[in-house]
Design a protein around this ligand. Structure first.
Ligand SMILES: Cc1ncc(COP(=O)(O)O)c(C=O)c1O
Length: 481
């Protein structure tokens, strides 16, 4: 079959969109019959005298929306429009997705109602006493003035352009990220953004490599999408790249600045090697830089995205640590090919981050208040980090090893007594202290129990940290006061 869409190179409508629209209309109108074979990407590109990229993008989107199907070694075929309608209906019926290994023992959930807990080393918390309430209120009030009431309506699906501009400039200055505001897509939290990203790449992704331990939110998403998951071992300087070389993957997910949960940093050598493999093998690197702003003992490490010259890195960030988790604002920085896919399908995604909060955040950033807040919080968290690490060494000496520290809002410790993870958590609880497991983050469920724990320090005062550690000493080493 030959296809002859009218390609207008002078049009504002991108070429891939013109091809996509044409084929979609032809299928719906029945002029391309169900099960008929479409020309290959190479052939159509040659025939239209254009590069393969726009044709591939158009086919990708048609595949994603179910207008065409791909048969291994045979090519692309038109779907039956009635079955498209039926499958859309089925999808709607089947909305609740399995959550897989999602564990209810989740460090995010602060034990608000539990009076018996005096000190909670919960990880999802931030320092509430230093939140700039008055400044935030000023901008929030502005967003509710009558002249701004249009922010009560739906916002731009990609996110408010003013906020995207602020984020692009902030990322450039603080994380070395090179991007234009057009590449940014605002979401309602890291896992909402990751979900959107997985939707974008799912048709071109069979296998995805991931760190051998990842956040439970990432685990839940890996279960939801039909990816083959390839866990990579973690070493002191980040993922084991030798294993990656042996695997054929289309994407890799990682937290290079401060591995979650264990806290190692991907070394510069490994960063360069990883970018090289990604370029040679054309896979994406999904960089979750969830707390890359906070680094205490040395200079902030530039993001992987800042070293990438070939559009392989997809950068993912959040305001949950730098400001507060409650506003639910995260962002994706997409390379241009994925941006095209996003625009093609954007009406089937949804903008979940409230336009009012986005606008307020934009003004907060424009005023310089965000930068000032970050400077203050860096100093504050640095102090808390110094206290928790030094007090652990003083109080516990060699009975505890600090496995991960130096950045972010949590540390990871290995307790050297005969208790396993659950026992350590339970015993601490009996003494009024909450500490958290790390085994729930493992991709592969090992039978053996660890004695490695995660302790957040962002939400605790310096005195509370000190007191909490004293109680832990009594709980875990009762014979060594
Ligand atoms: C690895 C990782 N990514 C992202 C986040 C933040 O998620 P969100 O943006 O949904 O608050 C966290 C936790 O705070 C995390 O541990």
């Amino acid at each position: 079959m030959e296809l002859t869409p009218m390609i207008d190179k002078s049009s504002f409508e991108p070429i891939y969109l013109q091809i996509y629209n044409y084929i979609q209309e032809e299928i719906i109108a029945g002029r391309i019959e169900a099960d008929s074979k479409l020309p290959s990407i190479r052939r159509l590109a040659q025939y239209l005298n254009i590069s393969r990229t726009p044709v591939a993008l158009a086919y990708d989107q048609l595949l994603a929306e179910g207008y065409i199907k791909s048969k291994p070694r045979s090519g692309y075929f038109a779907e039956n429009v009635e079955s498209i309608a039926r499958s859309n209906y089925n999808l709607k019926q089947n909305k609740v997705s399995p959550t897989g290994n999602y564990s209810p023992i989740h460090h995010f959930y602060h034990s608000y109602q539990n009076d018996a807990i005096k000190y909670d080393f919960g990880y999802g918390t931030i320092d509430l006493h230093h939140f700039p309430l008055a400044k935030w209120r000023k901008f929030m009030n502005r967003s509710l003035l009558p002249e701004n009431s249009f922010h009560l309506l739906y916002g731009d699906i990609q996110g408010e352009i003013g906020l995207r501009k602020e984020i692009a400039s902030y990322l450039h200055q603080n994380r070395g990220v090179r991007c234009s505001p057009d590449q940014i897509v605002i979401g309602a939290g890291t896992f909402h953004s990751l979900d959107l990203l997985f939707q974008l790449i799912q048709n071109r992704t069979t296998s995805i490599a991931v760190e051998s331990s990842v956040h439970v939110g990432v685990k839940a998403l890996l279960n939801k999408f039909p990816f083959q998951v390839e866990p990579l071992d973690l070493e002191l300087d980040g993922i084991n790249l030798n294993k990656l070389k042996k695997k054929e993957v289309q994407a890799i997910y990682l937290t290079p600045s401060y591995q979650f949960p264990y806290g190692m940093t991907l070394s510069i050598n490994k960063r360069i090697k990883l970018l090289k493999y990604a370029t040679e093998n054309q896979f994406y690197i999904i960089e979750n830089d969830y707390d890359g702003e906070f680094r205490y003992n040395n200079r902030p490490i530039p993001s992987l995205q800042s070293l990438d010259n070939n559009g392989r890195v997809i950068y993912l960030g959040t305001f949950s640590k730098s400001l507060t988790p409650s506003f639910r604002i995260s962002y994706l920085v997409l390379p241009t090919d994925l941006l095209c896919l996003f625009h093609l399908g954007k009406h089937s995604y949804d903008q979940h981050a409230s336009p009012i909060f986005q606008k307020t955040l934009q003004w907060f950033m424009e005023s310089g208040d965000f930068e000032r807040h970050m400077r203050k919080m860096r100093t504050l968290y640095q102090k808390k980090h110094a206290i928790i690490t030094s007090r652990f060494s003083d109080i516990f000496e060699d009975k505890i090893e600090i496995v991960g520290a130096g950045a972010g809002l949590h540390i990871v410790i290995k307790v050297k007594n005969d208790m396993d993870e659950l026992k350590l958590i339970d015993t601490a609880k009996q003494f009024g202290v909450n500490v958290y497991p790390t085994s729930i983050y493992k991709i592969e469920n090992h039978q053996e129990q660890d004695n490695i724990l995660l302790l957040g320090f962002g939400g605790l005062s310096e005195t509370a940290i000190e007191e909490g550690l004293r109680l832990l000493k009594i709980a875990w080493f009762p014979n060594n006061p």
